[in-house]
Design a protein around this ligand. Structure first.
Ligand code: PLP
Length: 384
């Protein structure tokens, strides 16, 4: 089976991990801050706080922005459930803003309309940069100033992507941005994530939340320190720490990030060209930037009116050994969210998109022969 996404691990990645295994510290050593510094330097953000997953990072980001009971968080329905769950972990409510039908990202128009129609703007908006294509952050940022909400970018798909001449994760238009290092994402630490921020106070809060709400910094303690052994718990935090073993892999992967992105962009461009030449009645992700996106996913849409249903295409591709997937089942139609009052029809662009979408394989090591095979298999669907 050709997978839809796959990590790229080489001997030097393995050697980096082994080196940490032979060292004194498997966790809370120097490799975690080294990885954080590398990602901060790469993106241009002032601070980086690594954790054991992007899900943990989204939770910590909401907590650092004081999201709690009575607060409202808005995100996009076309995302992984973690983008919405983080608000509920904090006891807040969640609502959604429909997507733009061409970029599959949160629509800034829909956000503006929803803000204009409510008396209670959200405390936080979580735009999701679908597949590594940035949302319209300038406009969302302008709306945040007008309506007084904070911004967490779910940048899980897009370390290495650009927006407006800057790296995503620079937080030029957000309070916090979150990356994921799950193996199907752009670089991997096995499991892992990172919060980026330019705000000194948020950085302190995030690193404290990562480790039980404990501080060892006398400046942040209540009253005097008892001595050099002393620490204080001053907030309720978690153990969301990532290990040095994982960060050794992340640090090694960072040296290849630009090469991974260049390959993904070239492979996406090659899919565009092959499909355009084929003249098939499928819809290509040409609304996403070829130059700036990190191309985490390549989504092809199969409009039912063109004669091949999404389901038929999906089954035929899997049958042919092609590990296609679907990103995403809209969050609001998950049974858990339906039980909270959402229903089919609430966010029609996300629902229509979902009904047609298939993510076809895209990762740095996919070969041209495999791409040709995938395109030929899709062509054959329409030849019958
Ligand atoms: C993968 C992903 C997450 C969760 O990442 P983990 O590191 O697996 O916790 C959150 N949001 C989006 C959009 C994702 O794709």
């Amino acid at each position: 089976m050709i997978p839809y996404g796959r990590q790229h691990i080489t001997e030097d990645d393995i050697a980096s991990v082994v080196e940490v295994l032979r060292s004194d510290f498997l966790t809370q050593g120097q490799t975690v801050p080294a990885f954080e510094s590398a990602v901060a330097a790469y993106t241009g953000a002032k601070h980086a706080i690594a954790a054991n997953s992007a899900t943990s990072c989204l939770h910590m980001a909401c907590m650092a922005l004081d999201v709690g009971p009575g607060d409202m968080v808005w995100t996009a329905p076309n995302s992984f459930v973690a983008s919405a769950n983080c608000a509920l972990y904090c006891g807040a409510d969640v609502d959604f803003v429909d997507i733009d039908p061409d970029s599959f990202c949160m629509s800034a128009d829909a956000l503006a309309a929803k803000l204009a129609a409510t008396n209670t703007p959200p405390k936080v908006v979580i735009p999701v940069h679908f597949s590594g294509h940035s949302c319209d952050m300038k406009r969302i940022h302008a709306l945040s100033k007008q309506y007084g909400f904070r911004i967490i970018e779910d940048a899980s798909h897009c370390i290495g992507a650009r927006y407006d001449g800057k790296k995503i994760g620079s937080c030029a238009y957000a309070d916090i941005a979150v990356f994921s290092f799950h193996p199907v994402k752009i670089i991997t630490t096995g499991e892992g994530g990172m919060c980026m921020t330019n705000d000194d106070g948020l950085a302190v809060a995030l690193s404290r939340l990562r480790s039980h709400g404990i501080t060892r910094d006398t400046e942040h303690m209540r009253g005097a320190s008892d001595g050099p052994w002393y620490y204080q718990q001053i907030a309720l935090g978690y153990n969301y720490r990532i290990t040095d073993i994982q960060c050794a892999l992340g640090l090694s992967q960072m040296t290849k990030l630009d090469a991974f992105i260049a390959k993904r962009r070239a492979l996406a461009g090659r899919y565009h060209a092959l499909f355009q030449a084929s003249g098939l009645p499928i819809r290509l992700p040409t609304g996403q930037s070829l130059e700036d996106s990190s191309w985490h996913l390549y989504v092809v849409r199969f409009p039912e009116a063109a004669g091949v249903t999404r389901r038929a295409a999906f089954e035929a591709l899997r049958e042919a050994g092609i590990g296609v997937n679907v990103h995403y089942i809209p969050i609001h139609v998950q049974p858990f969210y339906k039980a909270r009052g959402f229903k089919q029809g609430d966010f029609p662009n996300a629902e229509t998109y979902y009904s047609e979408a298939i993510s076809i394989p895209l990762y740095p090591d996919i070969t041209h022969e495999q791409q040709d095979y995938i395109v030929a298999t899709i062509k054959a669907l329409y030849d019958q």
